[in-house]
Design a protein around this ligand. Structure first.
Ligand SMILES: Cc1cc2nc3c(=O)[nH]c(=O)nc-3n(C[C@H](O)[C@H](O)[C@H](O)COP(=O)(O)OP(=O)(O)OC[C@H]3O[C@@H](n4cnc5c(N)ncnc54)[C@H](O)[C@@H]3O)c2cc1C
Length: 711
């Protein structure tokens, strides 16, 4: 090996061996002179808590991997486990073709530095360092640091496009990021027909076609006080161990509930999932089912695989092509086989383009992705965001920062009293997944009903989601909060009661996850327990329940018993969740209704600021609402928190200092000393103790998760 030339390939969110441009190039091209290839995956210390890898009695040189605004863990247990599985799966696949994968923890640049030093000590010639490109700020910083280190060491550094998106960046027709239209529909139209756009995927490198894996004996071990476990189970345990108890009052896993996302991480499972979706016909019915809330196959559940690059969008597209063109015998039983594009396959491509678009927004808007004022940066939406941060709160903020802390705790644990929101938040916490419809409602509730700084929500989702993807998460939160690319901005508000009636007609979803409410007879009571009669509350043991006596919001909502003829409530096939308003394509405001997504174009509940009335279901201003609404009047009179429907005082959005990045900032920590200084004001000053509630830091694995979901 001393005479050879080694390439270090730093893997990121390109955890696949098939359709991997770097591996494909190395396996098939003579246009390089690398004799050896060292694929390395680094669990990045700033995004994943790695103190579980410490040797006995050692201290981490890195600060904790916590978010900036809320002080949450950057990566929660569900995703940590999924990443471990994905990495392990890739390691096994690479071993099968006579290569391998080395695992390390730390900041990528530190890992590389240690590696280069160790290889140099053994007189090994490192000729190049390659990695795939990411566009978000932290990742850009990471790749710049790696490049600088390579330059310092006289090593060639190369960034590759990770071709995991639907339309390759080179084919979009955009000359520069700033050319991206601010409205998705405009972009979509510029790219259609979508079926024609993806490039061909690349095959798995043939057996022994890659440059040789260097002998393990020449590789320096993991640096610093860390050690890398030998088995997948130990790897998962190291990742989950430091996370401790995430909520002081966690929901329990309800009897009979089943995770909507029981899937294992890794390329192998991603491809199995994809084939299952086509074979079972789930893809064909996708358009009708994608707004579902319960079950395995109402949507593809490919997001976590796509986020980590276990599968590429064009691989998904090619499976769809095989089905549409009738070229894959194993799909012949599926409805629509060989009959060309159908509404389901169109729908999936449409959503994959949304994913592309959100990433392109990151390229265009940069750090605005993490700013409170969002992409729009408009003062006109002078939302007075409420914060739990005493230092940054406006003088006299109502509710007070302490109260906001409590509200956030209740939002996160799923005891807001708004059934749909509580079910969503519990499902998310317990399984790491919740549907798009549920996410939209939760995000809207936090940002537009409670007026809380939406970044708390984005960070909570970043921690809890199994499919967290920086662009898709943060841009969707912005979108729903009204500061992103929704042409309707702050005018679109979801009424979570109406949404529950539309998408969970009988309350099955809410009953599944909020087990306390299962005995209630009427869906309207399930959706807002405080509307239940005293007698029934007594019968169900709910009279003192916090969701009943102190809901965060009370929405007067009367079900229109005479539905308009054009309106068919979900789950009877409602044309893919076309939203109300007669299933208009696009709805109001330049929406994109070809799939009737309510992200853009549905008229569901749009245009109703809290405090205004609905015709169909009344939604009234706080004080009057608490007197006029049905049922539970006594409770409401007694518990009429001032924060119900806060007055819309849109005078000034500028008092809250914006933070430009997610995660910790430069000013938050020392390198090397391992001392956590706390976020600017996000913590009380003591060791990682956020103001809004106890994030108790203990070491046994979180007992508050469903055991089945954690191994
Ligand atoms: C507040 C909020 C936060 C979100 N956070 C994330 C996130 O961190 N990661 C993530 O992948 N998606 C996120 N989404 C988008 C969407 O909810 C998920 O992609 C989808 O629910 C995943 O389930 P699925 O794979 O079954 O989706 P499907 O409905 O089967 O869609 C197919 C694929 O299209 C993509 N897609 C679908 N909807 C969207 C969308 N609105 N934006 C971008 N891509 C989309 C996903 O890659 C998905 O796997 C978020 C949405 C909201 C409203």
């Amino acid at each position: 090996m001393a005479a050879g030339k080694l390439l270090v390939y730093l893997l990121r969110r390109d955890l696949r061996a098939t359709d991997n441009p770097i591996l494909h190039f190395l396996a098939t091209s003579r246009d390089h002179d690398f004799t050896h290839l060292l694929p390395v995956y680094v669990f990045p210390a700033q995004q994943i808590e790695i103190s579980g890898f410490l040797k006995e009695g050692q201290q981490s040189p890195y600060p904790q991997a916590r978010s900036r605004v809320g002080g949450y863990w950057r990566c929660g247990p569900h995703r940590a486990k999924f990443i471990a599985q994905s990495v392990w799966d890739l390691k096994e696949t690479l071993q099968k073709i006579n290569s391998g994968l080395v695992l390390r923890v730390g900041e990528t640049v530190d890992v590389l530095s240690h590696l280069l030093q160790g290889l140099r000590d053994k007189s090994l010639n490192v000729g190049g360092v390659w990695m795939t490109e990411e566009l978000s700020s932290e990742e850009l910083e990471e790749q710049r640091a790696v490049e600088a280190l390579c330059t310092e060491n006289g090593i060639n550094f190369k960034l590759w496009p990770d071709e995991k998106y639907f339309i390759d960046d080179r084919d979009t027709g955009l000359d520069k990021p700033g050319d991206l239209p601010d409205v998705f529909t405009t972009y979509r139209k510029s790219q259609e027909p979508l079926r024609e756009r993806p490039r061909k995927s690349l095959p798995l490198p043939a057996q022994s076609s890659l440059p040789l894996l260097p002998d393990q004996s020449v590789l320096p071990p993991q640096h610093g006080p860390f050690q890398i476990p030998e088995s997948i189970d130990d790897l998962k345990a190291c990742l989950i161990k430091p996370l401790g108890i995430i909520l002081s009052n966690p929901p329990r896993f309800p009897d009979g509930a089943q995770s909507g996302h029981p899937f294992q991480g890794g390329e192998t499972h991603a491809r199995d999932r994809m084939r299952h979706l086509v074979k079972s016909g789930a893809i064909t019915s996708y358009k009708e089912t994608r707004n579902g809330l319960l079950g395995l196959d109402f949507s593809t559940k490919l997001s976590a695989y796509l986020a980590l690059g276990c599968i590429s969008a064009r691989q998904v597209h090619e499976e769809l092509l095989k089905f549409e063109d009738g070229t894959e015998k194993t799909y012949e039983q599926a409805d629509g086989y060989g009959k060309g594009e159908n509404a389901g396959t169109t729908g999936v491509r449409f959503e994959l383009l949304w994913r592309d678009y959100m990433r392109l927004c990151t390229a265009k808007f940069g750090q605005k992705l993490f700013k409170l004022s969002g992409f729009t940066q408009e003062d006109s939406y002078g939302q007075k965001w409420k914060t739990a941060n005493k230092r940054n709160a406006a003088p006299g903020q109502q509710p007070s920062p302490d109260k906001i802390s409590q509200l956030l705790e209740r939002f996160n644990e799923g005891t807001t009293g708004m059934g749909l929101i509580d079910a969503t938040q519990r499902e998310l916490f317990l399984t790491g997944y919740t549907s798009n419809r549920a996410r939209q409602n939760a995000a809207s509730f936090l940002s537009k009903h409670l007026d809380i700084d939406w970044r708390y929500g984005a960070e909570w989702y970043e921690m809890m989601l199994i499919d967290f993807d920086v662009s898709s998460n943060w841009a969707n939160w912005q979108y729903v909060a009204g500061v992103g690319n929704d042409p309707r901005g702050d005018a679109r508000i979801f009424n979570p009661v109406k949404q529950a009636f539309d998408y969970d007609k009988d309350g099955e979803y809410v009953r599944t996850w909020v087990h306390e409410l299962r005995e209630l007879e009427k869906p309207e009571n399930v959706f807002q327990a405080w509307t239940t009669s005293s007698a029934e509350l007594q019968r169900c043991g709910l009279a003192d329940n916090i969701m009943v006596v102190d809901p965060l919001k009370r929405i007067d909502f009367k079900l229109d018993r005479k539905p308009r003829s054009s309106r068919r409530p979900f789950p009877r096939k409602r044309g893919g969740g076309r939203g109300r308003g007669g299933g208009r394509r696009g709805g109001n405001g330049g929406g994109d209704g070809s799939l009737g997504r309510s992200n853009e174009g549905s008229s569901d509940d749009a245009g109703q600021k809290p405090g205004s009335d609905f015709k169909n279901g009344q939604m009234t201003n706080g004080s009057t609402g608490s007197q006029q609404s049905r049922g539970g009047g006594a409770f409401r009179a007694k518990h009429n928190p001032a924060y119900l429907y806060p007055a819309n005082n849109f005078s000034n959005g500028g008092w809250y200092p914006d933070y430009h990045m997610r995660g910790r900032g430069q000013d938050n920590y020392y390198r090397g000393g391992g001392r956590w200084l706390g976020h600017r004001g996000a913590f009380q000053g003591s060791f990682h103790q956020p103001m809004y509630g106890p994030l108790i830091h203990t070491y046994p694995p979180p007992p508050n998760m469903h055991p089945g979901t954690l191994h």
